[in-house]
Write a protein that binds this ligand. Structure first.
Ligand code: ZN
Length: 387
C-alpha cells in the first residue's frame, strides 16, 4: 500500500541500503486497507515527483521541508482521518501507524500528535508483530530527525542472513551503556513514565476485590531466545479472566532474579504471563519462582530453549501446558505498571501471585541469562492492592 511507502519515501529511505526491507515491512504491515488505495496512489505519485528534489536536499530538515511543501494543504491527512473515523469497530494498529506516517508527512515531526500517533500504534500492535510496528515507527521518527535510535533487529535485513548475523548489536541491555538507567535516552517512557514497573511490593495495601480465573490450555511448544529472555509463544485459546474481563494469553517469559521484590527482596526468578483483552489492554500474571525442588515444567522448557538468540522454534514432539507453572492459589498483589522492557509502555495491570512455585538451584543456573531484571521503579503515589 502506498501510504506507508510514502512515509518511508518522503524521508529519503531510498538512499539507505535497507531500502527494500523497509518498504517490504511497511507494505506488509499495512495490508488490508485497500479502501484508501486511490488517495494513496495519488500520494505515491506525488512523492515520486518530489523524489528527485529530495535526493538533492541532503540534510533531513531540508527533506522534511520539501515534503511539507508537497503536502501543504493537509487534505490527505483529513481524508484518512475521516476514513478511519468511518470504520466500524476498533482502529487497527496498521491504520494507526498509517495515521502516524501521514501526520509526519503533513504536520512534521515537531507536531506532538505525530509522536503520539506513533506511540499509540506501538501500544496497539499485536504482541507478536510489535517489533514490526516499532521498527516502522522508529525509522520514521529517526528519519524525521527525532532522537530515536533504531533497534538492531530493525536495522538488520532479515532476507539477508549474512547481514543479520553480523549486524546484531544490542540496543538495550541490562548492564552497561545500554543498561536500564539509560533506557530513557532512547525510549522516553522508560525515563519519564510515572507508572513504571517493576515495583518493590510492600504494605500498606488496599483490598483487592479482583477475582482471577486461569484457563490455560496445552499446546505446541513454541520457544525462543530473543536475546533478553527465554519466551514461549502461546496459541490462541488460553485465557485469564479478571472479574468478567477475558484476557488472552499471548506469551510468557522469565526474569532472573524476579523483577518484583517483596519487602525489598527479589526471589530466584519470575515468570511473566502476558495477556491482552479485546480492547488491547495488557495484563501480566507474575509467578514468583523460589529456590527449592526441581521443577518439571521448567525442565521441559530449558531442555528445548535455544541457547543463542534467534527466531521461534516449534518443538514438534513437545506439548506444553502453561498452567503447569501456575500455583493453585491465585491470591495476589495488584498494581498498575508498564512493560518492564523498552519501550516501557504504561497501562499494564500486574497481578503478582503471592504463592511462589519452586525451582531447583541448578535450574536457575541453567537459565541462559545471568541477570535480566529491570530495577524496581518509584511508586509515585500508586496503590498496591492485595487479597
Ligand atoms: Zn517480564
Amino acid at each position: 500500500m502506498g501510504l506507508l511507502l510514502a512515509g518511508a519515501l518522503a524521508f529519503g529511505y531510498w538512499s539507505y541500503a535497507g531500502k527494500k526491507h523497509v518498504m517490504g515491512e511497511l507494505t506488509e504491515a499495512s495490508e488490508g486497507a485497500t479502501e484508501v488505495q486511490a488517495e494513496l496512489e495519488k500520494l505515491t505519485q506525488a512523492l515520486e515527483e518530489a523524489k528527485e528534489k529530495l535526493e538533492e536536499a541532503e540534510p533531513a530538515a531540508k527533506q522534511l521541508e520539501a515534503v511539507k511543501e508537497s503536502f501543504t494543504n493537509g487534505v490527505v491527512l483529513q481524508d484518512y482521518e475521516a476514513f478511519i473515523k468511518a470504520q466500524k469497530g476498533p482502529v487497527t494498529s496498521e491504520r494507526q501507524l498509517g495515521l502516524g506516517a501521514l501526520r509526519l508527512l503533513t504536520n512534521g515531526a515537531d507536531d506532538p500528535e505525530t509522536i503520539s500517533a506513533f506511540q499509540k500504534a506501538m501500544e496497539m500492535a499485536e504482541w507478536s508483530s510489535r517489533l514490526k510496528s516499532i521498527c516502522a515507527a522508529q525509522r520514521a521518527l529517526a528519519a524525521a530527525g527525532q532522537k530515536v535510535k533504531v533497534l538492531a533487529d530493525c536495522v538488520a535485513e532479515p532476507s539477508d542472513s549474512k547481514a543479520h548475523k553480523k549486524g546484531h548489536a544490542v540496543h538495550w541491555d541490562y548492564a552497561g551503556d545500554m543498561g536500564p538507567e539509560n533506557w530513557g535516552d532512547e525510549f522516553p517512557t522508560c525515563g519519564k513514565g510515572t507508572k513504571q514497573a517493576p515495583l518493590n511490593i510492600t504494605g500498606p495495601f488496599e483490598k483487592s476485590k479482583d477475582v482471577l480465573v486461569v484457563n490455560y490450555k496445552e499446546g505446541p511448544l513454541k520457544i525462543l531466545n530473543n536475546g533478553h529472555t527465554i519466551q514461549v509463544n502461546v496459541e490462541p485459546g488460553s485465557t485469564l479472566k479478571i472479574n468478567k474481563d477475558v484476557f488472552n494469553l499471548l506469551q510468557f517469559h522469565f526474569h532472573r532474579p524476579s523483577e518484583e521484590q517483596i519487602d525489598g527482596k527479589p526471589m530466584a526468578m519470575v515468570a511473566h504471563f502476558v495477556h491482552k483483552n479485546a480492547d488491547g489492554k495488557l495484563a501480566v500474571l507474575g509467578v514468583l519462582l523460589n529456590d527449592g525442588k526441581d521443577n518439571a515444567a521448567i525442565q521441559t522448557l530449558w531442555n528445548n530453549a535455544p541457547k543463542a538468540q534467534g527466531p521461534e522454534v516449534v518443538v514438534d514432539k513437545v506439548k506444553f501446558d502453561p498452567s503447569s507453572l501456575v500455583p493453585a492459589a491465585l491470591t495476589h498483589y495488584n498494581y498498575e505498571g508498564s512493560l518492564t522492557t523498552p519501550p516501557c509502555t504504561e497501562g499494564v495491570s500486574f497481578y503478582i501471585l503471592k504463592t511462589p512455585v519452586e525451582i531447583g538451584k541448578k535450574q536457575v543456573m541453567d537459565f541462559p541469562f545471568k541477570r535480566n531484571a529491570r530495577p524496581v521503579q518509584p511508586l509515585n503515589g500508586r496503590k498496591i492492592n492485595a487479597n
